[in-house]
Design a protein around this ligand. Structure first.
Ligand code: CMP
Length: 136
């Protein structure tokens, strides 16, 4: 019974030409891509997606960043995919993320950290419904 998770390859990754590199890491791990789309997040979607962060001081610049250009949204599936993907992407702050992880190898920022992934089964369920309602 495989899990599903939502991954966003953020606008910094698109601008830097790292989409292929990042998708390749997920593919080489053995995860499956069930759905994928390139789109630009609007402010309403940002507020819903980051509902738990809207009151935080880092949210206004985060919203500006996340709506600044196209991103790639994807549904990944596989055995314990939520935890597996969190491991592959590394800690939030690219400066502190372990070498070998996507952020550890490719990001030097706490905000422009290349990738978002659902952090629990509850958030995966919520985020998948938000981004890919046709799948649920
Ligand atoms: P993400 O996994 O998408 O979840 C929330 C995002 O907010 C996080 O990745 C970062 O892009 C951003 N973020 C979290 N904490 C901070 C912070 N202290 N300063 C700036 N951005 C942050």
């Amino acid at each position: 019974p495989d899990e599903r998770t939502l991954v966003l390859i953020k606008p910094d990754a698109v601008r830097r030409g790292l989409v292929g590199e990042i998708i390749s890491r997920f593919e080489r791990k053995g995860l499956r891509i069930d759905a994928m789309v390139a789109r630009t997040m609007d402010v309403a979607l940002a507020d819903e997606h980051y509902a738990e962060h809207v009151e935080r001081p880092f949210y206004p610049p985060l919203k500006t960043f996340m709506t600044s250009g196209p991103l790639v949204a994807m549904v990944l599936s596989g055995d314990q995919v939520i935890e597996v993907v969190r491991g592959l992407i590394g800690a939030t702050d690219g400066r502190k993320a372990a070498a070998g992880t996507i952020r550890g190898d490719l990001s030097l920022s706490n905000r422009e950290n290349l990738v978002h992934a659902s952090d629990s089964t509850d958030s995966a369920k919520r985020e998948l419904a938000l981004w890919f309602p046709e799948l649920s």
